[in-house]
Design a protein around this ligand. Structure first.
Ligand code: SAH
Ligand code: SF4
Length: 399
């Protein structure tokens, strides 16, 4: 595959004022371009860009001096041009079920004087897989009424490098890079060579409102010469940004999940307010025509179980009816409470009765087991302390 085709100019990096460009998140073509500015021949640009990708993504190297196939002189020049360091970890918590949550701190490479932002990333180990739940934004512009992230105003979009850095850091902490050491507290899947086998864009933020950066990050994550995680093992969840659903299938090609949560527009308008802009009919039409959708590549519909709100048998029957013509999987998510939330999780026998109707319609094992609730790491519980600055203060930092 030609990497030049993947350049996304709207998210192209600009050098930081320090002059050092963060290397994680750059396509090979972008690295080659920078190497051209440093005077390397076209052939060398391509070769060195491939070597750099390999050191960074395959070997997880964070020091140019470890790049043994690059001469000392060039290593020094590279170290002056590029930044290979990792972000700061503010905290790492391990739940009693083995789920792990990190709080990462990122400095804006283009505005190093701006206060840093903080985001959460969660690792969910199971016996046969390990899933990393990655954030795309700090906060969210949307205000789904049952979601903790929705109470944090959008501070900013994460860059492609910051989205990938979450995966790189998690890989490092879980001993996934060559020579790495597995942690002894918490679990990793048995019999897998990697602790992280799957990525879900289900952390903080709406990934399709940060489309260009998410696309760039996921194309590097799935590239065989990059992080090499198959597109079938990457799932992007959206609350329903309809115009970006088609392009997600065409240009990124990952698995899609839809935060449905209600089967009637009047209720979905309240639970997932983006529904007022793109109602159910338009959302489901975009799913029916999702590029690449098939019985082997189904769309996951997420449905949070809210007591006495959306959990009746009639809702379950309508859910099955609505999805009849779409290759679909259904994921019932027991509501995870958070400080100040106004909803309750449906009772267990209600969830079972709802799940029975869904099961009888041919959808297997639809209930998602809550993980990491004790450390506020479960679906919809993520939030960081970072606050949006007033415009006046932002402008002052941007100078
Ligand atoms: N913004 C995207 C990505 C976040 S994914 C989206 O909304 O799809 C997080 C998933 O958890 C979404 O399906 C979201 O609706 C769901 N969720 C949010 N709050 C929750 C809560 N308190 N309990 C259970 N699920 C929740
Ligand atoms: Fe944002 Fe998704 Fe939470 Fe809605 S559910 S507020 S879109 S993060």
């Amino acid at each position: 595959m030609s990497l030049a085709l993947n350049i996304d100019h709207s998210s192209a990096p600009r050098p930081a004022p320090s002059g050092r460009t963060p290397i994680v998140g750059l396509s090979k073509a972008e690295i080659a371009g920078k190497l051209g500015e440093m005077g390397l021949s076209e052939r060398d640009q391509r070769m060195r860009a491939s070597q750099l990708w390999n050191w960074v993504y395959v070997n997880g190297v964070t020091d140019f001096d470890r790049m043994a196939n690059i001469s000392k002189g060039l290593r020094a020049e590279l170290a002056a041009a590029f930044d290979v360091s990792r972000p700061e970890i503010v905290s790492e918590q391990v739940s009693n079920d083995g789920t792990r949550k990190w709080l990462f701190r990122f400095r804006d490479p283009e505005h190093p004087n701006m206060p840093p932002v903080e985001v959460e990333t969660v690792y969910i180990p199971e016996s046969d897989r390990g899933t990393l739940c990655v954030s795309s934004q700090v906060g969210c512009t949307l205000t789904c009424s049952f979601c903790h992230t929705g109470t944090q105003k959008l501070v900013r979009n994460l860059t492609a490098g910051e989205i990938l850095a979450q995966v790189m850091m998690a890989r490092e902490r879980l001993g996934d890079f060559p020579g790495g050491v597995r942690p002894t507290d918490g679990l990793v899947p048995a019999g897998e060579s990697r602790a992280i086998t799957n990525i879900v864009m289900m952390g903080m933020g709406e990934p399709l409102y940060n489309y260009d950066n998410v696309k760039k990050a996921l194309l590097i994550a799935s590239d065989g010469a990059g992080l090499s995680i198959s597109k079938r093992r990457i799932t992007l969840s959206t609350s329903g940004v309809v115009p970006k659903i088609g392009p997600t299938g065409d240009e990124i090609g990952v698995m899609l999940a839809i935060s449905l949560h209600a089967v009637r527009d009047d209720l979905r308008d309240v639970l997932v307010p983006i529904n007022k802009k793109w109602p159910l009919k338009e959302l489901l039409e975009a799913c029916r025509t999702y590029p690449g959708v098939s019985n082997a590549k189904r769309i996951t519909f997420e449905y949070v179980m809210l007591k006495d709100i959306n959990d009746s048998d009639a809702d379950a029957k309508e859910l099955v009816r609505l999805l009849a013509k779409i290759p679909a999987k259904i994921n019932l998510i027991p509501f995870n409470p958070w400080p100040g939330s106004n909803y309750q999780c449906s009772d267990w026998d209600r969830i079972e009765s709802f799940a029975d109707i869904v099961n009888r319609a041919g959808y297997a094992s639809p209930v998602r087991t809550p993980r990491g609730r004790d450390i506020l790491a479960a679906c919809g519980q993520l939030k960081s302390e970072t606050e949006r600055l007033k415009k006046k203060d932002r402008d002052a930092f941007m100078l």
